[in-house]
Design a protein around this ligand. Sequence first.
Ligand code: MG
Ligand code: ZN
Length: 295
Amino acid sequence: MQVDTKSAGFSLRSFIYRYPLLFDSRSAGDVLTKRVVAECAHPMVHEGRCSQCNKSMGNDYGIPVKYLQRSLRISRVHAQRIRRTRTRNITNMKKLHLVLDLDNTLLHTIKLAELSADQEYLKEIAVPHKGFSTGSELFLGKKSITKLRPFVREFLREASTMFEMTVYTLGKRKYGKKMARLIDPEAVYFGGRVISRQDCTKKGCKSLDVVLALESNVVIIDDRREVWPNHASNLIPIEPYCYFSTKKKNGREDDEQALTSILKRLRKIHACYFSPRLELERIKDVRFLLQQIGN
Ligand SMILES: [Mg+2]
Ligand SMILES: [Zn+2]
């Protein structure tokens, strides 16, 4: 989903053509008409300037969506419109949205220097990052080593049939992208939807404000509740996966169990949301379903 930033200038028209899923024909038509240009609502701001009228808007206008395009911000009104359109498109495909944390949720990474003496051998059996071997679970970077959580590949494969997935990490963008490549080498699950520390609107906090989907349709999986202060009702907390920790209390079985039971819960939520039963028809909100379904 990355836009070629080297292309001369930034055109709203090309943005719409590049992200057709983000728009319906009506909103795309609206922003492309001259009428809107005449009374510009500054829907998109690129490098501090409105993409339509070129007015200087500063660097805290609207909502940053830097993971889609560097220096891109969208007005709040326009962002909500995009959320509605995207969620409608996704719902038409019988899918909900799933936001996944990386560290201690899908995988565990530590610095090589932190490996204990009896873990040193792991460096020898790990696959270099560039290998992207879909069969491997242990990866060696220049300065770090990563172990995927057991069952993670099966989890992603199954979850992708019910959810459009986004990675959301408080790690740096480069790290997030690298890890996304390890678990999704063909970019079939996440596409360009890798949100990282640089995209957050509040330091140290995650928020759905930068996710272009309606909150009612987003399920979050994260091992840290505290980083989601505004979205506790969207969250399914997961037991942290700490493969390299020497003080580890849970075994391999527990590590695998965590994603298996979450997948079960996701299946239930999906089934309820899309259930044709009349009494459920009015309750199209995963926050409500999460509360009702329990474990
Ligand atoms: Mg985490
Ligand atoms: Zn403007």
